[in-house]
Write a protein that binds this ligand. Structure first.
Ligand code: BEZ
Length: 257
C-alpha cells in the first residue's frame, strides 16, 4: 500500500507518541543492537537510539523509509518486508510498534524475528489485537456497501492473545508477558475519522468518483457518530496486543509451526 508519510506525521503522530510506553518496556541499553521492525517515519528508532543503542529501522514502504532518512540522516534505515527478514542472530532486541497487524503472514514474520535475535534476545511488540477497530471497520463496511456496492475485506491481522502467544511459542520463543487491553484513542480534529480512513484504508476508496468518495466518508461518519463521537472528538476503538518474548538457547529452527 502507498503510505503518505506527511499525513501520518500531521494527523496520526499520536501513534508515535503512544510508542513511548513500549520503549519504556523495551528499556534499551547503551551498546545494544535493536531492530525497529516497521519503523515508519523513524521517530521511534531515533528515540530508542537516544539511549545509546545501535538501531536499525526497517519498513516495507519506500515512502516511509525516504521520510525516515530525510528526518534522521544519522540513523540506519532500510527497506524490508516484515515477513521476509534476512537477519541472522544480529540483534539483542526486536521492537515493533503498531505494525504487525499489517503483516498478513504472521508465522513468516515471527520466524524472521526469531532468526534475527541473538540467543537471549527479546521481542517487545504491540499491535492491534482481536476486535481492534471493530466499530470503525463495521461502520466503514456498512457505508462502503451502501454507497458504492463494494464489500469490505479487512486488510488487517488482529489475533486473539492465545493465538499469537501460541504462534510465538511454536517457533521457539518463550513468552514472558502478554496483555490484551482497550485503548480508546481520540483522533485529531472534527475530520479525524475521515482522515483516519483516507490514511489507512485508501485502497478501498480507489476508483470512486469524487462524489462517491465523499458520500462514503459522510455515510461512515453518520453510521459511527452515535457510537464513537463524544467529548468533542472521534474515538478510535483500539484494542492492543502487547507481548514480551525471549529467544532462549534453543534454536528457533528446531521448532515447526
Ligand atoms: C492500530 O494502531 O491499531 C491501527 C492503526 C491503523 C490502522 C489499523 C490499526
Amino acid at each position: 500500500m502507498h503510505w503518505d508519510a506527511q499525513r501520518y506525521l500531521d494527523r496520526h503522530g499520536f501513534i508515535i507518541e503512544r510508542g513511548q510506553a513500549l520503549i519504556d518496556l523495551l528499556a534499551p541499553q547503551a551498546g545494544e543492537r535493536v531492530l525497529d521492525l516497521g519503523c515508519g517515519t523513524g521517530d521511534i528508532a531515533a528515540a530508542i537510539a537516544a539511549s545509546g543503542a545501535d538501531v536499525v529501522g526497517v519498513d516495507a514502504s519506500p515512502a516511509m523509509i525516504a521520510s525516515a532518512r530525510a528526518r534522521f540522516p544519522e540513523q540506519d534505515f532500510r527497506i524490508a518486508d516484515a515477513a521476509e527478514l534476512s537477519f541472522e542472530e544480529a540483534f539483542d532486541a526486536v521492537f515493533s510498534h503498531a505494525v504487525l497487524h499489517w503483516v498478513t503472514r504472521p508465522a513468516d514474520a515471527a520466524r524472521g524475528i526469531a532468526r534475527a535475535l541473538k540467543p537471549g534476545g527479546r521481542l517487545v511488540a504491540e499491535f492491534g489485537g482481536h476486535r481492534n477497530c471493530a466499530a470503525l471497520e463495521a461502520g466503514f463496511a456498512q457505508a462502503l456497501l451502501q454507497v458504492a456496492g463494494r464489500p469490505y475485506p479487512s486488510p488487517w491481522y488482529f489475533p486473539r492473545l492465545p493465538d499469537y502467544t501460541g504462534l510465538l511459542e511454536d517457533i521457539g520463543l518463550v513468552v514472558r508477558a502478554a496483555w490484551h487491553f482497550e485503548l480508546p484513542t481520540p483522533l485529531k480534529g472534527s475530520d479525524g475519522l475521515r482522515q483516519w480512513i483516507i490514511q489507512f484504508l485508501p485502497h478501498h476508496l480507489d476508483g470512486l468518483s469524487d462524489a462517491e468518495h465523499e458520500a462514503v466518508l459522510t455515510a461512515t461518519e453518520a453510521a459511527l457518530r452515535p457510537a464513537i463521537w463524544h467529548d468533542g472528538a472521534w474515538w478510535a476503538d483500539y484494542r492492543r496486543l502487547r507481548v514480551v518474548a525471549e529467544k532462549t538457547g534453543q534454536a528457533a529452527s528446531d521448532h515447526k509451526v
